[in-house]
Write a protein that binds this ligand. Sequence first.
Ligand code: FES
Ligand code: FES
Length: 166
Amino acid sequence: MGTRRISVTVDGVAYSDDVEPRTLLVHYLRERLGKTGTVVGCDTSNCGACTVHLDGRSVKSCSVLAVQADGSEVTTIEGLASGGELHPVQRAFHEYHGLQCGYCTPGMIMQSVDLLRDNPDPSEEEIREGLEGNLCRCTGYQNIVRAVQAAAKAGTEAPATAGGAA
Ligand code: FES
Ligand code: FES
């Protein structure tokens, strides 16, 4: 089977590439574009480590074909920070120790950003539900939940306030 040309914007940069029809999006991102911040943690579409945003929604990039991203906009963990500033969810994971080995973290953060976009003030249960498709072998999830809660709070409070007004 021949290759197909796709045009895709990844982390704000436009690319046009010939790919094989069966190439997975995650492999295209890592191997062709060098976006190795997006990782592969399983071969069963279970772990969520490969989560990216496709047109603003989180998807497991190991279960999407590169050709399916044709004409779309992809954001990876590498495109989340802007202007040298960490995204608030990245900052919260750092501050609340939402990671240990860090392997699940890129996907966990991308999924959390999507979750908070839908629900800016999620309950603990809603956070756990929203992250169900993302596995972490290290943290026991407690700090991840706290990090997402903190990010939610940071997102809904005026950035200039010192906080602690509760
Ligand atoms: S690598 Fe995609 S879900 Fe595990
Ligand atoms: S921090 Fe190690 S898998 Fe989540």
